[in-house]
Design a protein around this ligand. Structure first.
Ligand code: HH2
Length: 281
């Protein structure tokens, strides 16, 4: 069970985190700045089977321009409030402790931070409440992270970093059952690094925390398939299934319905005894 505020998420079955970006420049779904449209989109993702909705007001794509805190707050808080009022498990995708604090006050149940709570004050904000935390590995800064990322062994280094950050959370008073780890596909990684991480994801899962994988529509899918952004659904779903096969428990996805369906098929195959009736069909 992953504890996220008042929610307890059974991660023995892989779950989908639906992406709700409220930005001008997100790499796939940028341009949805209208609050009502963002809320409607998030509700659709919940209907489609998202267990968590991840609300972000600042793009972290390579080269993205930073967003001021007041602008980010104005974008995300009304959406977090509306979804939390619905009873949804809401994650706030931010690097800023001030946004984390306000989002938790507005009802968010999870902090998703690509800086893994390393900003001054971030750990304290998380430790103060009962939200889950998703700790992401990133080499460098969003603006420059894709300029020649380099590792001796990407999996060993990412795993060591995530283990250190999980320990820092536990030392700060965050219970182990509130911690999620994410290798940060595309965050200071080449295509080869991302594929290595995916192939050896079980080494990160072996740390004992649920692992989240975010590959949806990312450039690695484009590099492998030769497809543009709008045409990467099949590649993204394939990558999500491989991630689950190698130990991921949470999949961050733009296309919730397709990902949920693919996971249902995977789960039925892997746990066939629970699906006896499906065998009759
Ligand atoms: N990827 C993105 C943003 N947040 N959080 C986690 N935990 N893992 C990820 O892989 C991850 C993330 C980038 O994707 P997206 O939100 O679609 O784009 P943008 O950053 O341009 O808004």
């Amino acid at each position: 069970m992953l504890k996220a505020g008042k929610h307890a998420i059974d991660v023995s079955v892989p779950r989908v985190m639906g992406i709700v970006n409220v930005t001008s420049d997100s790499f796939f779904d940028g341009g949805r700045l209208d609050t009502a449209a963002a809320i409607a989109h998030a509700r659709r993702l919940v209907e489609d089977g998202a267990t968590i909705v991840d609300v972000g007001g600042e793009s972290t794509r390579p080269g993205a321009a930073p967003v001021a805190e007041d602008v980010e707050l104005a974008r995300v808080i009304p959406i977090v409030e509306a979804l939390a009022r619905d009873g949804a498990c809401v994650s706030i995708d931010t690097m800023k402790p001030g946004v984390m604090r306000e989002a938790l006050a507005a009802g968010a149940s999870m902090i998703n931070d690509v800086r893994a709570l390393q900003a001054p004050g971030a750990l304290a904000v998380a430790a103060n409440g009962d939200a889950a935390v998703c700790l992401v590995h990133m080499q460098g800064e969003p603006r420059t992270m894709q300029n020649a990322p380099a590792y001796r062994d990407v999996v060993t280094e990412v795993r060591a970093f995530l283990a250190r950050r999980a320990q820092a959370c536990i030392d700060a008073g965050i219970a182990a059952d509130r911690i999620v780890l994410d290798p940060g596909f595309g965050f200071g990684k080449s295509v080869a690094h991302n594929l290595d991480l995916l192939r050896r994801l079980h080494e990160i899962a072996a740390l004992g925390f649920p692992v989240l994988a975010g590959l949806s529509r990312k450039s690695t899918i484009g590099a492998v398939t030769g497809r543009d952004l709008g045409d990467r659904l099949a590649g993204s779903v394939a990558a999500a299934l491989v991630a689950v096969h190698h130990g991921a428990r949470l999949l961050r996805a733009h296309d919730v319905r397709a990902t949920v369906d693919a996971l249902a098929v995977w789960h039925a195959i892997e746990h066939e005894q629970q699906r006896g009736e499906a065998r009759e069909q």
